[in-house]
Design a protein around this ligand. Sequence first.
Ligand code: SF4
Length: 354
Amino acid sequence: MRPTGKLHLGNLVGALENWVKLQDQYDCYYFVADWHMLTTDYDDPSALQPNIQEMVTDWLAVGLDPAKAVFFVQSRLPEHAELFLLFSMVTPLGWLERVPTYKEQLENIKDRDIHTFGFLGYPVLQAADILMYKADCVPVGEDQVPHVELTREIARRFNLLYGRNDGAGAAKLDGKTYAESSLEGKAEFIHRGLVTIDPLFPEPESLLTPSPRLRGTDGRKMSKSYNNAIFLSDPPEVVSKKVAGMMTDPARQRRHDPGDPEKCPVFDHHKIFSQPEVVERANRECRTAEIGCVECKKLMAQSLNKFLEPVQERRKAYEQAPQKVWDILEEGTRKARRVANETMDEVRAAVKLT
Ligand code: SF4
């Protein structure tokens, strides 16, 4: 996750809740992607360190547990940069130019120049982040699936180029030996079972995060940059104030107009944070205009504040002892480094850099 500072409810339902579940099912590595932050926000890194601290404090507050998963900071492991560099040697430019988010962001981000080598290459850095730990799965939203696919392609190409092969001596295809064949030709040898490869890297799968829709206070996607977010660390009175000002179904102009809860961002939040009987009541009484928006919002704010109470209690403990957050990251970085060192020893040997 890029270190953007304090996290909001959109981050919670879009990623963190899933991460908390996954830490009980897998050996998870969660990291602060500070180098990734610089691919777009290189012009002002002044808030980078406080933002890391705020973000990781929120991770711990929602129940991510250093006893179950490894947390680390990307830039503390230069091995990621080394693997990125080696991957960049073998990644065709066309693969990167085709990544859908590349073009999209070039068009959308107008307030700074991201026509840079770092920005074009950031999916290669992601591939290094993932393959360093020989990950089986990567939890992502739908927009990140092409990046995992690119990671799979890079792994395949790297394996083909540098993985130890078996049976390549005698086999011939179209009159050529394995050694004489192009990369595509070599892939054909493997496809036909004439040669087997001992892969350096597995090809990871996307683990799609089921993310319920959560709109911000103005009805658009919840985002810090839209200024429409409710933060995990917002005190109860701030939550109540933000909820009171939230957009509702625009068809409910007057108190006695019936509404459609599915068109209302307040109802999105009810579905996630309120008890079933409250959700059922809001759903029914909105449609008949029995409940007014003011009351409906009050009920939602109550539910949300109740949900946030234990999160904020845990947060407070880390705010009072901020060094704990850095100690957790330091310990995680140490664990991650053990794996990274092993991977890089294998990679350097395969690329004849030893
Ligand atoms: S009653 Fe509730 S769900 Fe219906 S429009 Fe108002 S705030 Fe939204």
